[in-house]
Design a protein around this ligand. Structure first.
Ligand code: PEP
Length: 270
């Protein structure tokens, strides 16, 4: 597999419904000193993304404004504005300085009941506003046990990209997150994650033809922590991680950032 310069490693945090504004500011105040030596050096720096709840986006954005940490949201609506009570538009996120948005997280698909069709519209709307969507896909335990993991992830990938043109595809990040591994403490075996991610890449290639997937980052997510992230990052198929629980602790999140950096010194963000 060829490696594109565009595939800078990405460590993404999904805080879910955690942290008040005060707790967000405490996180920022503790995280920066943990990575200060890295920031001061000329060493390569992986791309770091934090997706707090909507309410914490302005505070986190200002606290980290002078650091190479991108801010994103955990969801977005697919319309620009209008009578959609409780929803947040892509333009509103852009206005707050967001660069990314998570779309189709399994908790939204399985707890809130979001459909694949809606997820595809959200991916489209994010791109239209200049946001990079982090498209989440992943099989349930039953689907894995029935031997359907590859097909389920290929179908979800195809549907999520259905409104995306070939020339836009490098702006989409795909996160393979097996539903049974999210928040359970049971991570996937790196071999299994790499197998699914290779299949996701083949699917991207089949959607667009040629080797389009060489420019598309595919992350692994599901019970990643500092003790296991290296085993994923040393697989060349895997471009980074989407981390839930372990991203809430600034010291642990700094450890994850340092490990992603050391595992991939060959690819740089600056
Ligand atoms: C997630 O929320 O996307 C996730 C992977 O959670 P955790 O790391 O806690 O399993």
């Amino acid at each position: 597999m060829g490696e594109s310069q565009l595939r800078v490693p990405l460590l993404a945090a999904n805080w879910k419904m955690n942290k008040t504004v005060g707790e967000t500011l405490s996180f920022a105040g503790a995280f920066i000193p943990e990575v200060q030596s890295l920031l001061d050096s000329q060493d390569p720096w992986p791309e770091i993304l934090i997706c707090p709840p909507f309410t914490s986006i302005p505070a986190l954005s200002s606290a980290l404004a002078s650091y190479p940490v991108a801010i994103g949201a955990q969801d977005v609506y697919w319309q620009e504005k209008g009578a959609f009570t409780g929803e947040i538009s892509p333009l509103m996120l852009k206005d707050l300085g967001c660069r990314y948005v998570i779309v189709g997280h399994s908790e939204r698909r399985h707890v809130i009941g979001e459909t694949g069709e809606l997820v595809a519209k959200k991916v489209r709307a994010a791109l239209d506003a200049g946001l990079k969507p982090v498209l989440c896909v992943g099989e349930t335990l039953v689907q894995r046990e029935q031997g359907d993991a590859l097909k389920v992830n290929a179908d979800m990938t195809r549907e999520g990209l259905s409104l995306v043109k070939r020339e836009e595809s490098s702006h989409v990040v795909i996160a393979y997150e097996p539903v049974w591994a999210i928040g359970t403490g049971k991570e996937a075996r790196p071999d299994d994650a790499a197998e699914v991610i290779s299949h996701i890449r083949e699917t991207v290639d089949s959607v667009y033809g040629g080797n389009a997937s060489e420019d598309v980052r595919v992350l692994y997510g599901g019970s990643v922590k500092s003790g296991n992230i290296r085993s994923f990052m040393t697989r060349e198929e895997i471009d980074g991680a989407l981390v839930g629980g372990a991203s809430l602790d600034p010291v642990e999140f700094a450890r994850l950032a340092l490990t992603v950096l050391r595992a991939r010194p060959d690819r740089r963000a600056r």
